[in-house]
Each structure stands twice: as structure tokens, then as C-alpha cells.
Design a protein around this ligand. Structure first.
Ligand code: HEM
Length: 470
């Protein structure tokens, strides 16, 4: 049974109407002080569940790393029941996650490089003053036995031409496709656009709650392994936090360099009003910048961003390349077997941009960085690690060999060759020739992050009481 008042916010429903965010990081030196701090936050009713009585001006959510749970005094018998990836932490999963070269942990930003964060507090505000006031209230409550780790991480929806948008820094509409989850009532048309996994009749079926929340049956009817005690785990989830820096100048420069050659592969020429750069960028992403899908609109952006599409009708990738980012990240029906292969491979994404948008043609100021705070939620880190390892940083499932994701993948050297190419299949119908993007540089670099446990509200109460018994 789904109890929305026990589940922290930003899991089953996003905070789209809260455009400003702040991520605060803490170390726990004294467990009793930390428990008292959690109690105070709960007393303030500051921790927002998935269901509000009245919409607040700002939200507040709490998550812990494994070291954080230990510092809070959770007993060893309980700690030992948490997943091994969580126990190790993200830094120690660098090989599995492909965090190599510039992305490797020794190059990360603070606080990730020098500290092991214990507690993450995420605050979203409807306005900047509301966000600042909420952060201040929280900092005023901080006890002596806890310290805030610096720097904090501001983030927010990107302002372009003075307007708030849902775009990411490469210019694409983001936050369009999330899993439709069984039992979660749709709130608006945006929720209705979410898709589950495809069935064998060409429709989508909602995904069981247990793929995303602990203590509920998953896609095969089974419960994901649960840490003990069950009261601690039930209605909780795991959060992947990754600071992903985007090199916008490099991305735009690469598109420019390829533009003429790509345009020559299109015999009838480019569709009117479409630049070769925009067409090529769409082929890499699998959607046009306005969010419309290449499956529905293969030649030019369409008038809608419909999300109910599949790839089975485009087996060779003539419309959406087999190696495009969104096709790799959620292959939908492309892998056959009535969509059953998608179990345990879906992620709820709640990413938000950081840094200022760089208008086209402008050079960035030195030291200025930008990217996404990538947030994925799942009932086991196997879900995120699978997508990251097998689909972002490897291409075999899509007949792409060692080639990595053109947008978010790393660029390892394998057999003396840097696997940095992407095949854009041709299209017999229009006579478009195949085009290979060679020597794609790295556009996205990991700058920090960790694995977190997001307890339910009841579990936060249990942690604050100090009565966790495995
Ligand atoms: C800076 C890096 C990244 C950028 C700029 C980026 C951008 C985008 C954009 C523009 C979309 C399409 C809009 C949408 O469906 O919401 C998308 C979809 C998606 N991305 Fe990424 N992404 C990045 C990294 C990642 C990573 C690392 C993963 C997973 C490990 C990932 C997983 C997904 C998933 C699952 C979807 C939804 C696909 C679908 O359901 O059709 N992304 N991304």
C-alpha cells in the first residue's frame, strides 16, 4: 500500500515548480547532536513528503551516505545489510562507473575530493529569497557536533533570454521522460507523459513501485534486497548524486567542425531552417533541442514533445541512431522480448542544472563552470550502475561495439584506439548516406558525487531516536 505522506518529496514526484535549489553537505562529529538536529528538522515539518497539505515556499529533503549512517550510530549489524556499492561509496566505484582520466576522483571538486560527505540536505525554493531564507533557518539550527562542508552547491533551472526554462546547457529540453510508476496518481499532463516499460502489444505498462521504493514488489513480483530493520528501509530509496560538468564550448565547436561533412551526407540538402549543427546534435541526443522525438519527427523538430514512442519500428536507426543518448539510456522496445529486458534498468531522474547558460557565440568567463547535478533514484544501485556501465560507457547492446554515449559517455582508449565515434545510420528512403562522427571529444566530466540512502519520514524518526536495531 502506497503511503505518500511517509515518502520524502522529489522521489515519486519532482519539484518542477521550485526552480531554485541548494545542496548542502554535512559531516557528523557527534551522533547525539545529529539526532537532535534531525528531530528539530522533523518538528519544523520542514522535511517534505510526496504529498502536501499546502504547497510550501521551499522544500527540504535529507539523505545519508553509508559513512553518515555509521557516524549517526546505526549499529554494525544493520550497516552490514546495506548494498555493497553503497558501503563502498562512489569514489571507490570509479572503475565500474568509468570515472577515468579527467573524471577520476583525484580531480573532483570539493567537498567530494577531500571529504566523505555524511549528510546531504537538499532545499528547493519557489523564489530565490524563499530558498535563501530556508537555508538560513536550517543553518541556524546546526548543532556544534556537526559541520557544514564547503562549498555548497547552488543549482537551478536555466535562465535563457531572461526566462526560466527546463533546458540543460547543451540547449536541449530536459526532464521530459521519467518512469510512470504504478499506484502514483497523475497530478497533471506532465505526469501523464511519463512512460512505463513497453509490453508486447506496443503499449506501455506502468512500472511496479518496488523498482524505486524499498519494501514494495518490483517488476518480477519480488522485493529488492532490503537493509534491516525493515522499518528503516521501508518506503526509502537510494539516490545517486553526480556533479557532471558540461563543456559547452567543446560541444558546439565539435558540431561546427563536423557540419559541412554531415550536410554532404544528405543528398537533397538540409531541411529548410535546420542547420547541420542542430541536425547533428539531435542525432547525438535522439531528440531535437525542443524535446520532440526523432522517431516522430525525423527531419525537423515537431510541434509536440510526446513521449509515447518506441524504437521497434526503426530497427536500423534511420530515424533515431542506435547510439543516440536517449535511445541508449532507455531503449524502450528496441531490445525485444516484449520490453521485459527493461526490468531493473529504469531510473527516476531529478537532475537540475548548475552554472549560467552560455548564449551561442559567447565565450565563457575563465573559471566559470556549468553542468548538471545528476540525480537518479532507484531501489538498488545495480539499476544506475547498469545503465552507466553497459549503456553509457559501452555500446554492445546496441551493436555499437566499444563506442560510448556521444553526449555523456567517457572516452577510454581500448586496443590503442580511443572509443569516441558514433555511427549515424543512413536512410534508404531519403537516400541519406551513413555518417560516422570520428574523434568525439569528452563533453561531460564527473566532478564529484556519492551514493545516498533516502529514508522515509518514519525511518528519519527512527534514526533520530537512536533505536535502530537490526
Ligand atoms: C551532462 C550529462 C547529460 C546530459 C546533458 C543529458 C541530457 C539528457 C536529455 C536532454 C534528455 C532528453 C530529455 C528527457 O527525456 O528528459 C535525457 C534523457 C535521459 N537521460 Fe540523460 N543526460 C546526461 C547524462 C545522463 C546519464 C549519466 C544518464 C544515466 C546514467 C542519463 C540517463 C537518461 C535517461 C534515463 C533519460 C530518459 C530517456 C527516455 O526515457 O527516453 N543521462 N538526457
Amino acid at each position: 500500500m502506497l503511503n505518500l505522506t511517509n515518502i520524502q518529496g522529489n522521489i515519486l514526484r519532482g519539484y518542477a515548480s521550485f526552480p531554485h535549489a541548494q545542496f548542502l553537505f554535512f559531516a557528523i562529529d557527534n551522533a547525539d547532536d545529529a539526532k537532535a538536529f534531525i528531530r528539530r528538522l522533523l518538528d519544523m515539518e520542514a522535511v517534505t513528503p510526496a504529498l502536501w497539505r499546502a504547497k510550501p515556499d521551499a522544500t527540504l529533503n535529507i539523505a545519508f551516505t553509508f559513512e553518515g549512517l555509521r557516524a549517526l550510530g546505526v549499529p554494525a549489524e544493520s550497516l552490514a545489510t546495506f548494498p555493497s556499492e553503497f558501503q563502498e561509496g562512489m569514489k571507490h566505484r570509479a572503475d565500474e562507473l568509468g570515472d577515468i582520466d579527467e573524471s577520476s576522483p583525484e580531480h573532483w571538486d570539493d567537498p567530494w575530493r577531500t571529504h566523505r560527505v555524511h549528510m546531504l540536505i537538499t532545499i528547493y525554493g519557489r523564489t530565490e529569497p524563499a530558498l535563501a531564507a530556508h537555508c538560513q533557518r536550517l543553518r541556524d539550527l546546526l548543532p556544534n557536533g556537526m559541520q557544514e562542508l564547503k562549498p555548497d552547491q547552488p543549482a537551478g533551472q536555466l535562465q535563457i533570454d531572461g526566462k526560466l526554462t527546463r533546458k540543460e546547457h547543451f540547449g536541449f529540453e530536459d526532464g521530459l521522460s521519467n518512469p510512470a510508476v504504478e499506484g502514483v496518481p497523475d497530478r497533471d499532463s506532465k505526469d501523464r507523459e511519463n512512460v512505463g516499460n513497453p509490453d508486447d502489444k506496443g503499449r506501455f505498462r506502468k512500472i511496479p513501485l518496488g523498482e524505486f521504493l524499498l519494501g514494495h514488489p518490483g517488476d518480477g513480483g519480488e522485493l529488492a534486497p532490503m537493509p534491516l530493520p525493515h522499518l528503516l528501509a521501508h518506503d526509502g530509496t537510494y539516490l545517486v548524486f553526480r556533479k557532471l560538468e558540461q563543456d559547452v564550448v567543446r560541444f558546439r565547436r565539435y558540431l561546427e567542425q563536423q557540419a559541412d561533412a554531415f550536410a554532404r551526407a544528405i543528398p537533397g540538402g538540409l531541411p529548410p531552417d535546420i542547420t547541420a549543427q542542430d541536425f547533428l546534435a539531435a542525432k547525438m541526443m535522439g531528440r531535437w533541442q525542443d524535446g520532440s522525438s526523432l522517431i516522430n519527427y525525423p527531419e525537423r523538430p515537431g510541434k509536440d514533445r510526446r513521449n509515447t514512442f518506441g524504437y521497434a519500428g526503426d530497427p536500423a536507426g534511420a530515424r533515431c541512431p542506435l547510439g543516440a543518448h536517449v535511445r541508449r539510456a532507455n531503449p524502450r522496445d528496441a531490445l525485444g522480448f516484449g520490453g521485459k529486458t527493461m526490468s531493473r534498468h529504469r531510473l527516476i531522474r531529478r537532475g537540475i542544472a548548475y552554472g549560467k547558460f552560455l548564449p551561442r557565440g559567447e565565450e565563457p568567463e575563465s573559471q566559470e563552470t556549468r553542468g548538471i547535478i545528476f540525480i537518479a533514484l532507484n531501489s538498488g544501485f545495480d539499476q544506475f550502475e547498469f545503465v552507466q556501465q553497459k549503456w553509457m560507457n559501452f555500446g554492445d547492446d546496441f551493436e555499437q561495439g566499444n563506442d560510448t554515449d556521444p553526449i555523456a559517455g567517457n572516452r577510454p582508449v581500448i586496443g590503442g584506439r580511443r572509443s569516441a565515434q558514433m555511427m549515424i545510420p543512413g536512410d534508404e528512403a531519403s537516400g541519406r548516406r551513413p555518417f560516422i562522427c570520428f574523434d568525439i571529444p569528452r563533453f561531460v566530466t564527473t566532478r564529484g558525487g556519492d551514493y545516498f540512502f533516502v529514508p522515509s519520514l518514519a525511518a528519519l524518526g527512527l534514526l533520530a531516536s537512536g533505536r535502530v536495531v537490526a
